[in-house]
Design a protein around this ligand. Structure first.
Ligand code: ADP
Ligand code: MG
Length: 779
């Protein structure tokens, strides 16, 4: 080990020389000057000595003051300077993959290096790090995964957990695990970073850890609420009476359907009503409900368009950041702006988008200064709220909402609804405008609505299903799930935990005693939702990997079938061309993907996507995710080296459907035929509707008693998204309990039974592979 020590010492000296050379070079000096102008720099010495003296510290500071890019770098630099560079190993977690990548790239540039040298990143299924990497930016999920295999984080010297104020599920989870680890690793340093001032909460959690605040400088930003904006943009307030004839439901509908001008009046009337009431509680219930469904698509992109026009025509230079609820809204608005004479003119306006799945090249543009006399407008999700800093923003437009998953534990249904942001988020969004000069913020809601916002957002742990999380807790071998979670900053409801445990039992990941099964162990290493992980494993075992890979990747990326508001019918027809009357959205996805691959080979992919209302970008993402999944499966020994064997049954349609069923169970709805219409009921007897774009939505009869579905979402009513029709026998054989071996008795009864066994190849493959499967899943 003293040889090792020598090697590391020599390497440390090399690192110090490299660092000094860069810092003395002209670009290095320039970069250092910039870095030393950040507010964090003034606190550098204090921070470093606090880190040296305490095992845990909590640091807060305005967004952009240099927490993420500077603090881990200060530690790195001081270790290198003191000749210990090769001995340190710093990890800094980010809630989102895109910020982990962007920050790593930035810090590398600040050090005059390429990404993957001293500084690297690792996010789900992707990474850039080398043997000389000593500062790693990763998502919180990656660090959790690492903790699964390496409970003591051997070799790691510093852990920074960034953006803790967001209270993401992974961060809260990570804090439980790290808190447990600290006594065992006295030398490990933990630094928590947050953009807001609620440092107390975290400090108390860690037994009164010291807190340090980095005083930041930002220019004042003038907040303008809807009442101010309406005046500026020439929107007229109308009387509430004008829409008195509309019932609530009709109102909701008309908000979506009315021509823009009429819609304007509706909304402004609602606003006026809101203005007359000083608090959210005070609204008439009708106005309150309408406000609840008041997303930018209801409020009209027209108002945003009007504000953007106003800025471009009348305001001083400076970039604009528009906060929207999600990718759908962003792409719709972008399309609308393209058609606008001023905002769509590339010689005057540059419209960029910023969201979770954008490409790296697109990402860079956001940070760059636009050409002179061109106004940069960035349409962003709430990702741009805290983790990404765009310097030249002077104007912020805030829709006041963010899409967040909430979770209804009673109905065991996740809901994805745009909901009002918190006061903390609104302040944060506003603050983005004051980085280089005094700014303006346009909040698209009345001040009284702002006053009714919650102070902080509910932690994610309290508003999402915990299936994946509970599985991970199990594989950490830290005892009872409930007990473990009760150590959280704010523990989730017992009912939510119980639902998750029941679910994991149902799919065969846990046994009756809540022990991890073999299947569960495999699932915990696959970086996907346990349901989809199970589908992958079944696809591999049953040798129909290719279509299953496509389905799983499609479900984890997003639907490649586009549904433009004004061409819904055409898009629906295009999609149904892929369904081949087999009552399956999942098979339609498989065919669309395969068609795209063929078209690509022939060089007609663009035309293919256009004609079929498919998103090339999404198909591309599905394509790369497929590759990564098959890599992981191979890695975990689930695949045959000969890929033709893994696919020897891929053309067996009934089998593929059965595997889809095995993954999606217990997401099943029974098909109820009434006169000329269909309705669907889930296990708990709840009525559900099909999404309009489902291939199954257009039938009057469906020759299957069941639909298995990928996702149940509550948006006013409960909808199921993609579905596939399955038969009783498939459900019995491939529904959850089969693979726990409890079905052996039933299987005998089913011998020679119904359609499943009428397909001889299927029967044979089933019996052949059953042994293999049992072997896999039995403990
Ligand atoms: P914090 O984490 O405190 O919000 P950061 O460390 O992310 O702040 O950013 C500090 C400063 O570094 C920002 O004000 C910004 O000016 C600059 N910066 C960050 N990322 C980039 C980038 N990719 N390109 C150019 N400048 C950047
Ligand atoms: Mg940051």
């Amino acid at each position: 080990s003293s040889v090792m020590e020598k090697i590391l010492q020599r390497k440390s000296i090399r690192m110090r020389n490299l660092q000094r050379t860069w810092q003395d070079s002209p670009e290095g000096v320039k970069m250092l000057n910039f870095r030393n102008s950040l507010p964090a720099y003034k606190e550098k010495d204090g921070l470093l000595s606090a880190i040296a003296r305490n095992q845990v510290i909590v640091i807060s500071g305005e967004t952009g003051c240099g927490k993420t890019t500077q603090l881990p770098q200060y530690v790195l630099e001081s270790e290198i300077e003191s000749g210990r560079g090769a001995f340190c190993n710093i990890i800094c977690t980010q809630p989102r993959r895109i910020s982990a990548m962007a920050v790593a790239e930035r810090v590398s540039a600040e050090r005059g290096e390429n990404l993957g040298e001293t500084v690297g990143y690792k996010v789900r299924l992707e990474g850039m790090k080398g043997k000389n990497t000593h500062l790693l930016f990763c998502t919180s999920g990656i660090l959790l995964r690492r903790l699964l295999g390496d409970r003591n984080l051997n070799g790691v010297t510093h852990v920074f957990v960034d953006e803790i104020h967001e209270r993401g599920m992974n961060e809260d989870f990570l804090l439980i695990v790290l808190k447990d680890l600290l006594p065992r690793r006295r030398d490990l340093r933990l630094i928590l970073m947050s953009a807001t001032l609620n440092a107390e909460l975290f400090s108390n959690y860690f037994g009164g850890a010291p807190t340090i605040h980095i005083p930041g400088f930002t220019y004042p930003v003038r907040a303008q609420f809807l009442e101010d904006i309406l005046e500026k943009t020439g929107y007229k307030l109308t009387s509430f009476n004008q829409i008195d004839d509309y019932g609530q439901e009709k109102l909701w509908k008309t908000q979506r359907q009315l021509m823009p001008r009429k819609r304007k009046n509706q909304i402004t009337a609602l606003v006026e009503d809101a203005l007359q009431n000083s608090s959210f509680e005070g609204y008439s219930s009708r106005a309150r409900d309408s406000l609840a469904s008041w997303t930018p698509d209801c409020i009209g992109f027209n108002l945003i368009e009007a504000i953007l026009c106003h800025i471009c025509r009348k305001e001083r230079p400076g970039a604009v950041l528009v906060f929207m609820t999600g990718w759908d809204d962003i792409s719709c608005l972008r399309d609308q702006l393209r058609a606008h004479p001023l905002l769509g003119d590339p010689n005057r306006v540059l419209v960029l988008t910023c969201h979770g799945s954008m490409a790296t090249s697109e990402q860079k543009l956001i940070f760059e200064n636009p050409p002179p006399n061109i106004r940069k407008i960035v349409l962003a999700t709430n990702m741009a709220e805290a983790s990404i800093t765009i310097n030249d923003i002077v104007f912020v437009v805030d829709c006041g909402k963010a899409k967040e998953t909430t979770y209804d534990a009673l109905n065991n249904t996740p809901c994805l609804l745009p909901s009002w942001i918190s006061k903390a988020s609104a302040r944060q969004r506003r603050g983005r405008a004051g980085r280089v000069q005094p700014g303006e913020c346009y909040h698209l809601y009345p001040r009284c609505v702002y006053d009714a916002f919650a102070e902080y957002q509910l932690p994610e742990l309290l508003r999402t299903p915990l299936n994946s999380l509970c599985l991970q807790i199990k594989s950490l071998q830290v005892g009872s799930i409930g007990e473990f979670l009760s150590a959280a900053l704010q523990p989730p409801e017992p009912l939510t935990v119980q639902n998750a445990v029941e679910f994991l039992k149902m799919i065969g990941a846990l046994d009756e005693q809540e022990n991890l099964t073999n299947l569960g162990r495999y699932l915990s290493v696959l970086p996907v939702d346990p349901k989809l992980g199970k589908m992958l494993i079944m696809g591999a075992v049953f040798r129909c990997l290719d279509p299953v890979l496509t389905v799983v990747s499609g479900l984890s990326v997003r639907d490649p079938f586009l549904l433009p508001q004004d061409k819904k019918d055409l898009a629906g027809t295009a999609k149904s061309r892929f369904s081949a009357k087999d009552y399956s959205d999942h098979m339609a996805l498989v065919r669309a993907y395969e068609g795209w691959k063929d078209a690509e080979r022939e060089g007609s992919a663009y035309e293919y996507c256009w004609r079929n209302f498919l998103s090339a970008q999404t198909l591309q993402a599905i394509h790369s995710l497929r590759k990564q999944f098959s890599f992981i499966l191979k890695d975990s020994g689930l695949l045959d080296a000969d890929s033709s064997i893994n696919n020897s049954l891929s053309h067996n349609q009934p089998l593929v459907r059965a595997i889809i069923c095995s993954g999606l169970f217990p997401g099943i709805a029974s098909v109820v035929h009434r006169e000329k219409s269909l309705s669907f009921k889930t296990m708990d007897d709840g009525q559900v509707l099909l999404y309009a774009n489902s291939v199954n939505a257009k039938y009057q009869t469906i020759p299957y008693p069941w639909l298995v579905f990928s996702e149940k979402v509550k948006v006013n009513t409960v909808f199921i998204r993609d579905s596939t029709g399955v038969s009783d026998s498939v459900l019995i054989l491939f529904g959850g309990t089969l693979i726990r071996g409890e079905m052996a008795g039933h299987l005998k009864m089913l011998d020679g039974y119904i359609d499943f066994f009428m397909d001889p190849s299927l029967t044979e493959c089933y019996w052949n592979l059953k042994a293999e499967l049992d072997n896999l899943v039995q403990r």
